[in-house]
Design a protein around this ligand. Structure first.
Ligand code: PLP
Length: 455
């Protein structure tokens, strides 16, 4: 068909080869399920068998802001490869694309963020940020400020640094010790007031943070890291007073704040960056994903001038990846940001959220649904075994819902613990949003509180 490109290898063979050769990080070893995606256009992708699927996940990983199949981005990459495919920017060398992108990022980021360090992705950006804040304090005469505070249920990547800051234990199983000097505090989770023993959420969390800082020693904490809105934790928007009050505590103790905007950056939640409007006032912002919409691997740690001046001064940072400032990645990032801007995808994110909120409204009344959370073009539907106690469904239930959505309706969503998550391309059309919502309501209306999906 027109949709499926001619493949030199049959779908069966591709799936077999995949099973034989590829390790999938989040797939249990025994699973034989495979879905080989071979083409994409807009918010639709096709698998090797010719099935047409509505991508409500942003290419499975919260990105694809500008949608699939943007040939113009390929042209930019080809042109850049023809001019300069790569040259290091470790020392005095540089390249024009990484310079232009740095300038552009400083106009999109909050006021005073004029310094950037590039990486190949989000985890590396978090690692870089952790090292940068430690170095900042060390260079300013406080070398004991090495502790990082992060949050349970926060996701910050898979490297040893980002993984250590991540608040999900499963990422640490069997891989030896994590980074020392990382402490987790509780996350803000308005749907689960039981986590706070009856105390107002922010009062509890601020008190816990103060205690944690006191226990570690105020002069030993380098920074706190957090997502403005938790993504992998299940699309959780904090109470409005959470970040301003956390920021106040941190500032009082000379502690920096890293906003991990790897998911929320570049329009995902309805603004270029989600941290300023939530009163976070960060010192470092980590980004990746939407910076290129996934057309090339690229990440960036943006720094407030005062931090950047210290980190980039002295003997330099002494931390660099071969591919930091990759000219092809930076060129495609610039062209991607142009599209986001020209097509108004940042405000469109809010419109998509509105369509999804409307379409999913009936889901919120269903017996196995606890809450439907929508933030920009991002949705988290928390499944519960009991609506009164809000007892979460065991994780396999959300996985079975996601599987059924794909099999019965050709809609791709993702399961994060008990939460069904959607983060579609920001070019999603109204009819597509309605279709995804209708399919989701249909599947969830068949879900019992015992976790069984009736046919
Ligand atoms: N930080 C956040 C908030 C993320 O959601 C992710 C990935 O989903 C990362 C960091 C890690 O980024 P990457 O997978 O590009 O290394």
């Amino acid at each position: 068909s027109q949709a499926t490109p001619a493949l030199s290898t049959s779908p069966d063979e591709l799936e077999d080869l995949d099973r034989r050769h590829l390790i999938h990080p989040l797939l249990s070893g025994g699973s034989t399920d495979r879905c080989v995606i071979v083409r994409g256009k807009g918010s639709t992708v096709w698998d090797a068998r010719g099935n047409e699927l509505l991508d409500m996940t942003g290419a499975g990983n919260w990105l694809a802001q500008v949608g699939h199949g943007r040939v113009e981005l390929g042209e930019v990459m080809a042109e850049q490869v023809g001019r300069l495919s790569y040259f290091t920017s470790f020392s005095e060398f540089s390249n024009d694309q990484s310079i232009q992108l740095a300038k552009r990022l400083s106009t999109l980021a909050p006021e005073g963020f004029n310094r950037v360090l590039y990486t190949s992705g989000g985890s590396e950006a978090v690692d870089m940020a952790i090292k940068a804040v430690r170095l900042y304090h060390s260079r300013r005469g406080e070398p004991d400020r090495t502790w990082i505070i992060s949050r349970q249920m926060g996701y910050h990547g898979s490297t040893y640094g980002g993984g250590s800051a991540t608040g999900f234990d499963f990422v640490h199983h069997g891989v030896g010790p994590t980074l020392p000097h990382v402490r987790k505090v509780s996350p803000p989770f308005p749907f689960h007031p039981e986590m706070y023993g009856g105390e107002p959420i922010t009062d509890f969390l601020v008190r816990e943070l103060e205690q944690t800082i006191e226990e570690i020693g105020p002069g030993r904490v380098a920074a706190m890291i957090g997502e403005p809105v938790m993504g992998g934790g299940g699309v959780v928007e904090p109470p409005p007073d959470y970040w301003p009050r956390v920021r106040e505590v941190l500032s009082r103790h000379g502690i920096l704040l890293i906003a991990d905007e790897v998911v929320t950056g570049y329009g995902r939640t309805g603004s270029w960056f989600a941290s300023p409007e939530r009163g976070m006032a960060p010192d470092v912002i980590t980004t990746a994903k939407g910076i290129t919409s996934g057309y090339a691997p690229l990440g960036a740690a943006l720094m407030r001038d005062e931090i950047g001046d210290v980190v980039g001064g002295g003997d330099g940072f002494l931390h660099g990846f071969t591919y930091c400032g990759h000219p092809v990645g930076c060129a495609v990032a610039l062209a991607n940001l142009d599209i986001i801007e020209k097509e108004g995808l940042v405000p469109r994110s809010l419109l998509i959220g509105k369509w999804l909120r409307q379409g999913l409204a009936p889901a919120a009344e269903l017996p196995a649904v606890g809450e439907v959370r929508v933030t920009g073009a991002t949705v988290g539907i928390e499944l519960v075994a009991n609506r009164t106690t809000r007892e979460p469904m065991p994780p396999p239930v959300a996985s079975s819902v996601v599987k059924e959505l794909q099999q019965a309706h050709g809609v791709i969503a993702r399961a994060y613990g008990p939460v069904v998550v959607m983060a579609p391309p920001l070019v999603l059309e109204e009819g597509e949003a309605a279709r995804a919502a209708e399919a989701t309501v249909e599947v969830l209306s068949r879900l019992g509180t015992d976790g069984t999906l009736n046919s």
